[in-house]
Design a protein around this ligand. Sequence first.
Ligand code: ATP
Ligand code: MG
Length: 351
Amino acid sequence: MKQVILTGDRPTGRLHVGHYVGSLKERVRLQNSGKYDEIYIMIADAQALTDNAEHPEKVRQNIIQVALDYLACGLDPAKSTIFIQSMVPELTELTFYYMNLVTVSRVQRNPTVKAEIQMRNFEASIPVGFFCYPISQAADITAFHATSVPAGEDQMPMLEQCREIVHKFNAVYGETLTEPQIILPGNQACLRLPGIDGKAKMSKSLGNCIYLSDEPEEIRKKIMSMFTDPNHLRVEDPGKVEGNPVFVYLDAFCKPEYFQEFLPEYSGLDELKAHYQRGGLGDMKVKKFLNNVMQAELRPIRERRKDWEARLPEVYEILRAGCEKAEAVAAETLRGVRHAMQIDYFENGTL
Ligand code: ATP
Ligand code: MG
């Protein structure tokens, strides 16, 4: 079977380091593994509009920002097709047909949707489009017959929902759609990177992010102001490393060679954690080390981003070509879906 990747991001802001460790880094690794026949990376503008209907300019402006972040991280348009969701209207039609295969109560049970409704204060009045976005995600995934979806942990319920739709569709209309699998990051700390404020998830909507495009001084300030263990008041106090964002970030970003470079008095992360836990290690020292690590990790990304920023017409062209290719593939899937659903009325003159 052809191995196909589909994944993407909402253009609601520039991408942050949570996106990077949760999905982007993995995408680049998979892209370069040579194990995939096709890779589609979608900028989910239609989905972004489901909770930003009044801010089309925000969505529009961020399309190019997300594309720049992709290219900066090493997504290669020669290997990966980068496209914009709304430029592939076939996805909307698929969504409409899949809606008939899902109940309202099933979507209501989706824990990510529940959390997001709460976060956006939508409890009293949920836009129908927002409520249905897990179904539209199933359309995005299946339109490309994706077998793998590299994403963060919050996407697990979406993938489950998608697989249910695939089963239902194939059972009712005959074997047509391909069942996808989620590829989660191997590193536990990357499943759901917390925000710099200690909230459970770094998220554009919560404003607790370190962005891939942040300048060195912004990164430093954010790290120095980071939430740590609130009970670690004096240097000599024992500290907690579990759930302490500073250590979660070190788990996510630190490579052994950074100790030799920036903190040679420790052999590695385990020794640093042990010292913090028994007391005698101040937050400032750990934060300074984390700052060095983050600066080293983000510098090449920021520099590549600046190179691409100077070549915007090329980025525009990459997107245009990507949309064209993606639409051709989705149209082919839609043809199969219409045939399976017996709504291909004028295909063979038998109406
Ligand atoms: P929004 O607040 O607009 O929903 P977001 O920051 O949650 O934005 P998305 O575009 O919804 O970002 O997510 C894109 C991808 O990045 C998904 O695969 C998601 O799992 C992953 N992701 C987002 N935030 C994190 C995080 N904090 N840790 C790990 N993965 C993340
Ligand atoms: Mg999100």
